[in-house]
Design a protein around this ligand. Structure first.
Ligand code: ACM
Length: 550
């Protein structure tokens, strides 16, 4: 983009340069009216080796946007100074200190100081958003920003099972997340309709479970399209994504679902199913959407399988947390399986919900033995919540309140506010716009508070944060994915980062305008206010994946 090409209505004289940062920082103090100029003489001075990758990121981002490449400096004027120092401190918990930064801009120099590279990276994102065009020059308004996050968990979940996203597509999403200081990518990797990770000890998971014979037709969910569909990530692919995310200070949390949503796994290894039920048949990888009444059997063989999968997959992910799903596990099979009933009797379990809790606790032990912590959807509370589990609340606030009273940590993923697979108001006609009903508008996302009403002050620290979810039944292409996520994820980022008292939807909408310009420049297909897609050439129809090689 050239300095004059911005269509932002907020473009103004240098005396009143706009500040359009999303998420809104905690404190902004404007200073003198002369701005800093980003031009061919600007240099970047970075103090310490750990700041070098961030210097490179800043330099490349601004060069791409402005066409101007900064030089290197050891000091002097017209310089941007990046510094990580242990003497930088704010009042707050360790996680907030680690992500905090201060940015001071004067006409001569910009300095960004933080305690950690992550804090510095956050400050750099703010700086990139501050660079604006005025009178054919690139400038940064003189000001001081003191900033830190409200919540430590600011997440986005992507389901790569119902429809697949390639490694470059996943990395692109992580890059866009980082721009809005979203720091956690929750990667939903196994499902009824597709197992998406290579496990060398269990090759059939990707020979069989990664493929389905067909999918529902777009716009007609009950009809099959007859087209084989699938794909999976090799372990090298997973490493590529994790390494890329690290450069963006984003943590990747893998989700390996159990004991429900496991049809693809059971299709691959039928002995893991409840195969002692009379008339039980080996399933095929799911071809319809919705909950499928299949569960893993609570056999020792199943726990051995899970342990071996963990042994291969968990070392790839440095994150302390692993998500094990736990949602929507139908209990019919366990009711009808003599073996499952025997496990219940031997362990004094009153019903199948307690059997689910038994199952989850056994899996949690496997995670603890491998130095990891368990996260599950809020169904893990039914039948008894493990005291050390972290719960994602997606159904009802009552689960959040109960978990907080029990002393558990929660992440709020409430479907009424954070489910980006749901509709978001007006939309064009056509099967490619199929989505789940009900409106999760930008406004509804923005006006949500992750702290459940009535939470006592002493329990607020148990709310780790919030997260947007993109379930991908109706996400047939990258353009549809973008359309559902943006700009709602910008609103979510502000909920997760900015102080509650600064919430202002009108102000947010005004600040959003130049961000939409940036999406246009980057060819990100966001939803426009009238419901139409931003990219006139947007293709939201299904992209077919290569069928398995035989
Ligand atoms: C969920 O939406 N089933 C967690």
């Amino acid at each position: 983009m050239s300095p004059t090409s911005s269509s932002s209505p907020l473009k103004s004289s240098p005396l009143e340069l706009p500040i359009n940062i999303i998420p809104l920082p905690v404190g902004i103090q404007r200073a003198e009216r002369i701005p800093f100029h980003w031009n061919a003489t600007t240099k970047i001075h970075s103090l310490g080796n750990e700041t070098l990758p961030i210097e490179k990121y800043l330099s490349e981002s601004l060069a791409q946007r402005t066409g101007i490449t900064a030089g290197k400096a050891s000091s002097g004027s017209n310089t941007i100074v990046l510094q990580v120092t242990p003497s930088f401190i704010i009042d707050g918990p360790d996680w907030a200190i680690a992500e905090a930064y201060q940015l001071i801009c004067t006409p001569q120099q910009i300095t960004i100081v933080a305690r950690t590279p992550h804090g510095l990276f956050n400050g750099v994102q703010t700086l990139i958003q501050l660079v604006t065009s005025s009178n054919d020059q690139w400038v940064v308004p003189s000001l001081t920003i003191d900033d830190h996050p409200r919540f430590q968990w600011r997440g986005l979940m992507l389901d790569c099972c119902r429809h697949f996203s390639t490694v470059p597509e996943v990395c692109r999403l992580i890059d866009l997340m980082a721009f809005y200081k979203l720091n956690t990518f929750h990667w939903h990797l196994t499902e009824d309709q597709g197992w998406r990770i290579e496990v060398k000890a269990y090759p059939r998971l990707t020979e069989v479970g990664a493929w389905r014979s067909e999918s529902p037709v777009m716009g007609e969910a009950k009809v099959g399209d007859g087209q084989p569909y699938g794909g999976f990530y090799t372990q090298d692919d997973l490493r590529t994504v994790v390494a890329y995310a690290a450069t963006r200070h984003v943590t990747v949390i893998p989700e390996i679902e159990m004991p429900g949503h496991c049809t693809a796994c059971i299709a691959s290894y039928p002995e893991l199913g409840n195969d002692d039920i009379p008339e039980w048949r080996v399933p095929e990888t799911g071809t319809k959407w919705g909950v499928i009444a299949r569960t893993l059997s609570p056999k020792e063989e199943t726990f051995d399988f899970i342990a071996k999968v963990f042994d291969e997959i968990l070392p790839i992910f440095p994150s302390p947390y692993v998500h094990i799903g736990g949602d929507e596990a139908p209990k019919e099979e366990w009711k009808n399986s003599p073996f499952a009933q025997k496990v219940m009797k031997e362990n004094g379990l009153q019903d199948e919900h307690e059997l689910q809790s038994y199952f989850i606790r056994r899996v949690e032990k496997l995670l603890h033995e491998r130095g990891k912590k368990l996260i599950g959807w809020d169904e893990i509370q039914e039948g008894g919540l493990s005291p050390s589990a972290t719960m994602m609340v997606w159904r009802d606030w009552k689960w959040a309140k109960q978990a907080l009273e029990l002393g558990n940590n929660i992440i709020v993923t409430h479907n009424e506010h954070t489910y980006f697979d749901y509709g978001q108001g007006e939309k064009p006609e056509g099967p490619e716009y199929e989505m789940i009903g009900n409106e999760r508008t930008l406004d509804k996302v923005y006006h949500f508070d992750p702290i459940p009403e009535g939470t006592p002050p002493g329990r607020i620290h148990q709310v780790l944060g919030c997260q947007g979810q993109l379930w991908c039944e109706f996400i047939w292409s990258p353009d549809k994915l973008d359309y559902m996520i943006w700009p709602r994820a910008c609103a979510l980022a502000e909920v997760a980062w900015s102080p509650l008292k600064s919430k202002d939807f009108t102000g947010f909408q005004q600040r959003l305008v130049p961000h939409l310009d940036r999406f246009d420049a980057l060819k990100v297909n966001y939803r426009k206010a009238d419901g139409s897609p931003a990219k006139p050439y947007a293709s939201m129809t299904r992209r077919f994946m290569r069928p398995p090689l035989t």
